[in-house]
Ligand binder design. Structure first.
Ligand SMILES: Cc1cc2nc3c(=O)[nH]c(=O)nc-3n(C[C@H](O)[C@H](O)[C@H](O)COP(=O)(O)O)c2cc1C
Length: 161
Protein backbone atom coordinates (compact mmCIF):
# COMPACT_ATOMS: atom_id res chain seq x y z
CA UNK A 1 0.00 0.00 0.00
CA UNK A 2 1.20 3.50 -0.90
CA UNK A 3 -0.09 6.98 -0.18
CA UNK A 4 -0.65 9.36 -3.11
CA UNK A 5 -1.98 12.89 -2.62
CA UNK A 6 -3.03 16.07 -4.39
CA UNK A 7 -2.82 19.25 -2.33
CA UNK A 8 -2.96 22.86 -3.47
CA UNK A 9 -2.42 24.82 -0.29
CA UNK A 10 -0.84 22.18 1.96
CA UNK A 11 -3.63 20.98 4.25
CA UNK A 12 -4.11 17.64 2.48
CA UNK A 13 -0.33 17.22 2.35
CA UNK A 14 -0.28 17.51 6.15
CA UNK A 15 -2.67 14.56 6.38
CA UNK A 16 -0.65 12.55 3.82
CA UNK A 17 2.60 13.14 5.72
CA UNK A 18 0.94 12.39 9.07
CA UNK A 19 -0.49 9.14 7.70
CA UNK A 20 2.92 8.18 6.31
CA UNK A 21 4.60 8.92 9.65
CA UNK A 22 2.02 6.82 11.51
CA UNK A 23 2.07 3.83 9.16
CA UNK A 24 5.50 3.87 7.54
CA UNK A 25 3.81 3.83 4.11
CA UNK A 26 5.63 5.67 1.33
CA UNK A 27 4.05 8.94 0.22
CA UNK A 28 3.98 10.38 -3.30
CA UNK A 29 2.64 13.64 -4.70
CA UNK A 30 0.45 13.16 -7.74
CA UNK A 31 3.24 14.70 -9.83
CA UNK A 32 5.35 11.65 -8.97
CA UNK A 33 2.72 9.16 -10.17
CA UNK A 34 5.04 7.83 -12.88
CA UNK A 35 7.14 6.30 -10.09
CA UNK A 36 4.16 4.24 -8.89
CA UNK A 37 3.51 0.73 -10.21
CA UNK A 38 -0.07 0.40 -11.52
CA UNK A 39 -0.65 -2.81 -9.53
CA UNK A 40 0.36 -1.27 -6.21
CA UNK A 41 -2.52 -0.67 -3.80
CA UNK A 42 -3.07 3.04 -3.16
CA UNK A 43 -4.73 5.19 -0.56
CA UNK A 44 -5.43 8.51 -2.24
CA UNK A 45 -5.92 11.88 -0.53
CA UNK A 46 -7.19 14.88 -2.49
CA UNK A 47 -8.60 18.32 -1.74
CA UNK A 48 -12.21 18.96 -2.66
CA UNK A 49 -13.36 21.64 -5.08
CA UNK A 50 -17.11 22.10 -5.43
CA UNK A 51 -17.59 18.49 -4.37
CA UNK A 52 -14.96 17.03 -6.74
CA UNK A 53 -11.93 15.31 -5.27
CA UNK A 54 -9.01 16.87 -7.10
CA UNK A 55 -6.49 14.62 -8.81
CA UNK A 56 -8.58 11.49 -8.57
CA UNK A 57 -9.19 11.26 -12.32
CA UNK A 58 -5.44 10.87 -12.91
CA UNK A 59 -5.53 7.61 -10.93
CA UNK A 60 -8.37 5.87 -12.75
CA UNK A 61 -5.99 3.24 -14.15
CA UNK A 62 -4.32 2.68 -10.79
CA UNK A 63 -5.22 0.28 -8.01
CA UNK A 64 -6.89 2.80 -5.66
CA UNK A 65 -8.46 1.07 -2.63
CA UNK A 66 -9.35 4.05 -0.46
CA UNK A 67 -10.04 7.72 -1.16
CA UNK A 68 -9.85 10.56 1.36
CA UNK A 69 -11.40 13.91 0.45
CA UNK A 70 -10.29 16.99 2.36
CA UNK A 71 -12.59 19.99 2.57
CA UNK A 72 -13.49 22.76 4.97
CA UNK A 73 -17.00 21.49 5.71
CA UNK A 74 -17.63 19.85 9.09
CA UNK A 75 -18.62 16.72 7.19
CA UNK A 76 -18.63 15.72 3.52
CA UNK A 77 -21.01 18.06 1.71
CA UNK A 78 -23.83 17.79 0.85
CA UNK A 79 -23.46 14.24 2.25
CA UNK A 80 -21.16 11.22 1.97
CA UNK A 81 -23.37 9.37 -0.54
CA UNK A 82 -23.48 12.37 -2.89
CA UNK A 83 -19.68 12.75 -2.75
CA UNK A 84 -19.19 9.05 -3.51
CA UNK A 85 -21.56 9.20 -6.50
CA UNK A 86 -20.20 12.52 -7.80
CA UNK A 87 -16.65 11.16 -7.73
CA UNK A 88 -17.56 7.68 -9.05
CA UNK A 89 -15.90 5.84 -6.17
CA UNK A 90 -18.70 3.41 -5.28
CA UNK A 91 -16.18 0.54 -5.47
CA UNK A 92 -13.78 2.11 -2.95
CA UNK A 93 -13.85 3.08 0.68
CA UNK A 94 -14.26 6.82 1.28
CA UNK A 95 -13.10 8.92 4.23
CA UNK A 96 -13.76 12.60 4.77
CA UNK A 97 -10.96 14.59 6.39
CA UNK A 98 -11.55 18.13 7.54
CA UNK A 99 -8.82 20.28 5.98
CA UNK A 100 -8.38 24.01 5.98
CA UNK A 101 -7.89 27.14 3.95
CA UNK A 102 -6.16 30.48 3.93
CA UNK A 103 -8.17 33.73 4.23
CA UNK A 104 -9.86 34.74 0.98
CA UNK A 105 -7.70 37.86 0.61
CA UNK A 106 -4.59 35.66 0.40
CA UNK A 107 -5.96 33.53 -2.43
CA UNK A 108 -5.34 34.17 -6.12
CA UNK A 109 -6.81 33.39 -9.53
CA UNK A 110 -9.88 31.26 -10.24
CA UNK A 111 -10.06 29.86 -6.70
CA UNK A 112 -10.41 33.38 -5.32
CA UNK A 113 -13.08 34.27 -7.88
CA UNK A 114 -15.05 31.08 -7.20
CA UNK A 115 -14.88 31.44 -3.42
CA UNK A 116 -15.79 35.15 -3.61
CA UNK A 117 -18.94 34.23 -5.54
CA UNK A 118 -19.73 31.45 -3.09
CA UNK A 119 -19.21 33.85 -0.15
CA UNK A 120 -21.53 36.43 -1.70
CA UNK A 121 -24.18 33.75 -2.15
CA UNK A 122 -23.82 32.57 1.48
CA UNK A 123 -24.00 36.14 2.81
CA UNK A 124 -27.17 36.85 0.85
CA UNK A 125 -29.00 33.97 2.54
CA UNK A 126 -31.62 35.11 5.04
CA UNK A 127 -31.79 31.81 6.91
CA UNK A 128 -28.30 32.00 8.41
CA UNK A 129 -27.77 29.31 11.02
CA UNK A 130 -24.62 28.59 13.02
CA UNK A 131 -23.21 26.29 10.33
CA UNK A 132 -23.63 28.94 7.66
CA UNK A 133 -22.04 31.63 9.83
CA UNK A 134 -19.11 29.27 10.34
CA UNK A 135 -18.75 28.69 6.58
CA UNK A 136 -18.67 32.47 6.03
CA UNK A 137 -16.05 32.98 8.73
CA UNK A 138 -13.88 30.15 7.38
CA UNK A 139 -13.76 31.71 3.91
CA UNK A 140 -13.11 35.23 5.21
CA UNK A 141 -10.65 34.45 7.99
CA UNK A 142 -9.09 31.13 7.05
CA UNK A 143 -9.20 27.94 9.08
CA UNK A 144 -7.07 24.93 9.99
CA UNK A 145 -9.07 21.81 10.82
CA UNK A 146 -6.21 19.34 10.38
CA UNK A 147 -6.04 17.05 13.41
CA UNK A 148 -4.30 13.74 13.90
CA UNK A 149 -7.45 12.25 15.46
CA UNK A 150 -9.32 12.73 12.15
CA UNK A 151 -7.13 9.97 10.68
CA UNK A 152 -8.39 7.43 13.20
CA UNK A 153 -10.98 5.77 10.88
CA UNK A 154 -8.35 5.55 8.12
CA UNK A 155 -5.85 3.90 10.49
CA UNK A 156 -8.53 1.52 11.73
CA UNK A 157 -9.33 0.51 8.15
CA UNK A 158 -5.64 -0.02 7.38
CA UNK A 159 -5.30 -2.22 10.46
CA UNK A 160 -8.05 -4.55 9.24
CA UNK A 161 -6.12 -5.28 6.02
C1 LIG B 1 -12.63 26.98 -5.32
C2 LIG B 1 -12.75 26.16 -4.09
C3 LIG B 1 -13.80 25.25 -3.93
C4 LIG B 1 -13.92 24.47 -2.77
N1 LIG B 1 -14.97 23.59 -2.66
C5 LIG B 1 -15.11 22.85 -1.51
C6 LIG B 1 -16.18 21.94 -1.36
O1 LIG B 1 -16.99 21.73 -2.26
N2 LIG B 1 -16.31 21.29 -0.17
C7 LIG B 1 -15.43 21.50 0.86
O2 LIG B 1 -15.61 20.90 1.95
N3 LIG B 1 -14.36 22.31 0.73
C8 LIG B 1 -14.18 23.00 -0.44
N4 LIG B 1 -13.11 23.84 -0.58
C9 LIG B 1 -12.11 23.89 0.50
C10 LIG B 1 -10.89 23.01 0.22
O3 LIG B 1 -11.25 21.75 -0.26
C11 LIG B 1 -10.09 22.80 1.52
O4 LIG B 1 -9.67 24.07 1.90
C12 LIG B 1 -8.96 21.81 1.42
O5 LIG B 1 -8.66 21.33 2.71
C13 LIG B 1 -7.71 22.41 0.81
O6 LIG B 1 -6.71 21.42 0.69
P1 LIG B 1 -5.22 21.74 0.24
O7 LIG B 1 -4.63 22.72 1.23
O8 LIG B 1 -4.53 20.43 0.32
O9 LIG B 1 -5.23 22.30 -1.15
C14 LIG B 1 -12.96 24.60 -1.73
C15 LIG B 1 -11.88 25.49 -1.89
C16 LIG B 1 -11.76 26.24 -3.05
C17 LIG B 1 -10.60 27.18 -3.18
Amino acid sequence: MLIVYESKTGFTKKYADMLSAKTGLKVFQIKELSKVNQDEEIIFLGWMKVGKIQGLDKLRKYNVKAVCGSGTGRTAEPDTEAVITRNKIEDKIFFYLRGGCFPLKELKGMDKIMLSMFLKMLKSRRDKDEKLEEAISIIENGFDGVKEENLKPVLEWLNTR
